[in-house]
Design a protein around this ligand. Structure first.
Ligand code: BG6
Length: 477
């Protein structure tokens, strides 16, 4: 279904995110017939160039990152929607020109693909020049602050010029098809929800493992670390969708109210419930210290932690989170391990094992439910655990193969005015309020991160975090 006619201004249009994600995502939606031919996509950045130069640049980026041939006629058609206005975010240059390009009657959206230090300047000028009004939408990217104080300050800055209903804070994990699928699995089936609580769930593991290191972005990453870069936002969102109560409706505030309650119910994490790691050099391959060019760095490229949610549903069920760079495989998954049946009627024939539901977010998106059955054969009643394994691509055929990128979905939601998959200001602040003490305790300590080998599953110490509780991490593969 096509969205309404729109004018989308991308601040920072010459940057990496615009090239890799925003422009290719818009192109794919255009090819899918979702973007009206009359819409405008206006790049705005410091570089002094004209419309044609920006189109050429965008064309190159799209052919590289959307895997389309440069001479594909659909690309030429799409590039006709593009324009460019050089802009001085901290001065007055370019704003009048930008205003003159905006059309009455179209949806107006402004994508802040720039450093957060510029959010205030841009917001002020958009409002001051009358370019944005109460119907306009703004899109902001992570990092949304680096602690509670800075996140509050950013929220306050944006609030001077925009209402909460106009602010779309992106966490691209929420745009991933399989992340949204968590809600479908939980709330569109009767099967799981009655068991989805501490009475039946032994524990939950959430893993986001990456094979890439931080080379090329070490200076950003070293000031951030895995907790700020992944846990406060992406993993927190996964945790919320897994743990929240059913919202009364699939509606922006109903969903976000429930997520907020989960964040507020998170207990503080004790220092011995968390393990940080740094990847080591591997032959000629640099280690974390070399990649971030800071020999004294104590920043974590890996973190594992045990989290508890203090509410009726989850009291007593730990949730283990782990994420890291340079691990054995790129895999993101959520595994729910149920409790064993309370009593076994099968003597000496292999005790029942716990059921396990694994939701694979990427790659090879799908679900796997481990169930006990009788081992075939005449040898009596022997039990064996087998997987009910489903890959979404196989189950859904062509539609399952063609999963849209997170950004495609999210940008279209901005134009539609649907905030369900965007973070609300209070949600972001609550997430920082929980991570701040974890980060501060580490900064005050003298501890060093645990070393781990590139290509491994992380530091040994993280294994002990589980063994201590008589549990094991799932294999990363
Ligand atoms: C980004 C982080 O937000 O998410 C990166 O800054 C990380 O460090 C990336 O690599 C992971 O996203 P995805 O979509 O590749 O899982």
């Amino acid at each position: 279904i096509p969205v309404d006619d729109f004018d989308l201004v991308i601040f920072g249009a010459t940057g990496d995110l615009a090239h890799r994600k925003i422009l290719p995502g818009l192109f794919r939606r255009f090819v899918a017939g979702q973007i009206p031919q009359t819409s405008q996509i206006i790049g705005a950045a410091r570089t002094d160039q004209d419309d044609q130069a920006f189109r050429d640049q965008a064309g190159k980026a799209i052919s590289e990152f959307a895997g389309v041939k440069k001479n594909d006629p659909r690309l030429a058609q799409f590039l006709e929607l593009l324009g460019y206005t050089p802009i001085d975010a901290k001065g007055e240059g370019g704003w009048k020109e930008l205003k003159s390009r905006m059309r009455d009657g179209a949806v107006h959206a402004f994508y802040f693909s720039v450093a957060p230090s510029l959010f205030g300047d841009i917001a002020e000028r958009l409002a001051g020049h009358g370019i944005a009004d109460e119907d306009s939408r703004i899109v902001v990217e992570k990092p949304f602050g680096r602690d509670l104080e800075s996140a509050r300050a950013l929220n306050a800055t944006l609030a001077q010029h925009f209402q909460e209903q106009q602010i779309y804070r992106i966490d691209h994990y929420l745009g991933k098809e399989t992340v949204q699928n968590l809600m479908a699995v939980r709330f569109a089936n009767i099967l799981f929800e009655p068991l989805w609580n501490a009475q039946y769930v032994d524990h939950i593991q959430i893993t986001v493992a990456e094979t890439v290191g931080v080379a090329g972005r070490g200076s950003y990453y070293d000031k951030s670390g895995a907790i700020r870069d992944m846990v406060q936002n992406h993993m927190m969102q996964l945790l919320c969708l897994i743990a929240m109560e059913p919202p009364y409706h699939f509606d922006p505030d109903a969903v976000r109210d429930e997520k907020l309650k989960v964040i507020r119910a998170l207990e503080p994490v004790a220092p011995n419930d968390i393990v940080r790691g740094q990847y080591q050099p591997d032959g000629d391959e640099p280690g974390y210290i070399e990649d971030c060019e800071n020999p004294d760095s104590r920043t974590e490229s890996y973190v594992a932690m045990k989290v508890r949610i203090s509410n009726w549903r989850w009291q007593g069920t730990p949730i283990y989170l782990r994420t890291g760079k340079k691990l054995r495989a790129r895999t993101s998954e959520i595994a729910i391990t149920f409790k064993e049946p309370p009593h076994s009627i099968f003597d000496d024939t292999g005790a029942p094992k716990a059921n396990e539901l694994v939701i694979r977010l990427q790659p090879n998106e799908g679900m796997n439910l481990k169930v006990m059955i009788k081992e075939p054969g005449p040898g009596g009643m022997r039990l064996v655990q087998v997987p009910l394994d489903m890959s979404f691509a196989d189950a859904l055929g062509a539609e399952g193969q063609d999963m849209p990128d997170a950004y495609e979905r999210l940008i279209m939601d901005v134009i539609r005015g649907n905030q369900t998959l965007f973070m609300r200001g209070d949600e972001v602040e609550a997430a920082w309020a929980w991570t701040d003490p974890i980060i501060n305790a580490w900064e005050d300590s003298k501890q060093a991160p645990e070393p781990y080998d590139a290509g491994s599953s992380g530091p040994d110490e993280a294994l002990r975090l589980m063994h201590r509780d008589n549990r094991r991490w799932r294999e990363i593969r």
